[in-house]
Ligand binder design. Sequence first.
Ligand SMILES: [Zn+2]
Ligand SMILES: [Zn+2]
Length: 283
Amino acid sequence: MGRLLFSLAFLVGLFWLVEHLCGNKRGRPWRRPQMLTDAALYAFDTLITKPINLVLISIAAVLFLVPTGVISLEALKAGQYQGFGPISRLPGWAQFALAFLLGDFLLYWIHRAFHGGRLWRFHAVHHSSERLDWLASVRGHPVNDIFANALLFFPFLLLGFGPGAAAGAGPALGVFALLGHADVDWDWGPLRHVMTSPVYHRWHHSKDPAAVDKNFASFLPLWDLLFGTHYLPRDRKPGDFGIHEPVQHTFWGLMKHPFSPAPSPPATQPPLPRDTKHHMSAR
Ligand SMILES: [Zn+2]
Ligand SMILES: [Zn+2]
């Protein structure tokens, strides 16, 4: 609990400076609607979702590494695991760089998968914020977070990365996830196509039809450029955030959202871009 409060206080202070002194919240009150909802989701993620992830990762590591003879259970418990195979023999910095790039690539496709079919209802929770700022980055459904983390972790386990490389790459990518939602108009100028920025990811949250299902990348816009999902106009700023389906902006409303009936398109109008049933075809 102490760690939770410390990290929350640190982030509140840091992003108050970023958004209120340098960003679009200049002169605005520090409170905004649904702030407590997002804070509750942050607490749930830290106290419940992340420990579940850790347990699943530990079980997967034991079930894969011990029967295959990579390491004994005793040595694993004693924290002696350092990876296996050619990747584990790379220097620490090279393993970290490789893990960061591989993680970024995997996250692109995991994120893109969550924009389609049944998975969208879980990811819609993250997209439901209508006031996008750094705190909105923690708005997410635990099923989304647990599945995404598992899909991200298993390749690292199978490829033999040392635990330090994988454990370092996750938080490093997480920094860009937090910053990407901040209420600032930063696009990194000449580097706008080299690394993702707040403007880049905020377009991903826009209901503007041109921006729907665009900008999936966490760090490298290269993935969006390669796979045809890049959107970064120079003459406009992102806005009109949220989703086209009804959603309750409370903690329990968001938890239950994926299990609520899927919205039906109006009979007399074309389907909206983020309508669940037509989501894939809107791409
Ligand atoms: Zn998304
Ligand atoms: Zn986001």
